[in-house]
Design a protein around this ligand. Structure first.
Ligand SMILES: CC(C)=CCC/C(C)=C(\C)COP(=O)(O)OP(=O)(O)O
Ligand SMILES: [Mg+2]
Length: 425
């Protein structure tokens, strides 16, 4: 069957591209009133600005340059690749477990430059002050685990285009808060599937506020200070909305609602000790997913992907594929950690082994292939979207998501405090 081409795959794309700036000012996006913000560097200030931005975007040399990304030593991971030029997967090691800090043999990925050590140091110090002094995110006995998580290195690797440390702190606080909820409500720091729905819903109101009567509001406000996950969500969100537009904040709330839905499906299966079919597991993991992290790449980068371009089906597919690849990376790197945790912890290799009746090794290797297929699909769909809709914010956003995917792999690979690989090679 012949390739129908990107535009026929993406209904509404050319109209949206036109709205984003390839038409004269009358059809361009109006400037929306936003919350007080600092350094939203690339947000169009006026309708005419969007039109000018779009006109520049259709110049082919600019499109080629953005798709190609920067050149020079250490910049390979910032490029948006096309499917016809994939990076070669690593050859499997001859035998024995890979050395600590190695990539999973055969895993399709792109190396990143070492994150800027000065930024890592500053973020690490600032995030600890926030966690300890502002939100009391963890008790003193968890300090080693907090340090071992290396969230500063994680976020600097994932957001190399953040204009300032303040922008990076937006992502770093949210990452700590998201993990506090996962650890304390769902997993091994006091979490349980029992009663999870109620805990998640009440915590979600720290992101998506309750609008109620004056009689009931004080009790709700007090609840937001009543445990570490809610204090962390509340504070991280306050910082985020100061820097994001209203639609970026709404995007984030929607992604977090998706995440909480995924946690609930995982918990329901855990309560019944049920192993879903592989496709069902993948559906749950599309929601219990890193998605809320790459989708703030524009806020952290100091610009905005307009809401109608974010909503395009083609963009939604690219985001979902990227989120799924990053999350299966977690399943693969955290496999031995989860095997050694109490009870049965579902991840893709475990579900494949159980449902398809294959050995643990074959299931793991099949999960690597699933990951690789997701990565290839992400990259080819992103390249098709970039070619069909060459608006600067779209191209920068797609590149930001791709760089987040690569930074996430880097962090999992190098986080030998948390993760180690099985002996399957
Ligand atoms: C940061 C964020 C939005 C996380 C949400 C989902 C999540 C916790 C993951 C995708 C990580 O998976 P998992 O719970 O298996 O984490 P570890 O393997 O324990 O690191
Ligand atoms: Mg895991």
């Amino acid at each position: 069957m012949s390739d129908p081409g990107p535009s026929s795959l993406q209904p509404g794309l050319s109209a949206a591209a036109a709205r984003a700036g390839t038409r004269p000012a009358a059809g361009a996006r109006p400037a929306l009133p936003g919350p007080p913000s600092f350094a939203r560097t690339a947000r169009p200030a006026a309708p005419g600005a969007a039109a000018r931005e779009g006109a520049a975007a259709v110049e082919r040399p600019a499109v080629e340059r953005i798709l190609r990304g920067p050149s020079g030593l250490g910049t390979a991971s910032l490029r948006l690749r096309r499917q016809e030029e994939p990076a070669a997967p690593e050859e499997p090691a001859t035998s024995g477990p890979p050395a600590p800090g190695s990539a999973i043999p055969g895993l399709y990925h792109h190396p990143v430059p070492e994150p800027d050590p000065a930024r890592v140091e500053e973020i690490s110090a600032r995030i600890k002050r926030w966690a300890v002094d502002e939100v009391q995110a963890y008790p003193p006995e968890w300090e080693d685990q907090f340090d071992g998580f290396s969230v500063g290195r994680y976020m600097v690797a994932c957001h190399p285009d953040a204009p300032t440390v303040d922008h990076l702190m937006i992502a770093t606080r949210l990452m700590v808060a998201e993990n506090a909820v996962d650890d304390c409500y769902c997993e091994d720091h006091g979490g349980s599937p029992i009663g999870l729905g109620s805990r998640l819903l009440l915590a979600h109101t720290a992101l998506d506020p309750l609008h109620t009567t004056s009689e009931y509001e004080p009790a709700w406000l007090a609840s937001l200070q009543s445990d570490a996950p809610r204090r962390a969500y509340r504070s991280a969100m306050e910082y985020f909305v100061r820097q994001s537009s209203a639609s970026q904040a709404d995007r984030y709330r929607h992604d977090m609602a998706r995440l909480h839905l995924g946690y609930l499906a995982e918990a329901a299966w855990a309560q019944e000790d049920h192993v879903p079919e592989v496709w069902e597991y993948l559906a749950m993991r599309q929601f219990n997913n890193f998605r809320p992290c790459p989708t703030i790449t524009d806020t952290v980068g100091g610009y905005e992907l307009p809401a109608d371009l974010h909503a395009l089906p083609a963009m939604q597919r690219v985001i979902a594929l990227a989120g799924n690849a990053t999350t299966i990376v977690n399943d693969l790197y955290s496999y031995t950690k989860e095997l050694n945790s109490p009870g049965r912890h579902l991840n893709l290799p475990v579900v494949i082994a159980e449902r398809e009746g294959v050995s643990d090794r074959d299931a793991y290797l099949k999960a690597v292939e699933v990951h690789n297929d997701l990565m290839h699909a992400f990259e080819s769909e992103a390249a098709a979207l970039a070619a069909a809709c060459p608006v600067p914010t779209v191209l920068r956003f797609l590149r930001g998501v791709a760089v987040w995917v690569d930074g996430n792999h880097y962090w999992h690979r190098t986080n030998t405090y948390r993760y180690s690989l099985p002996d399957f090679w």
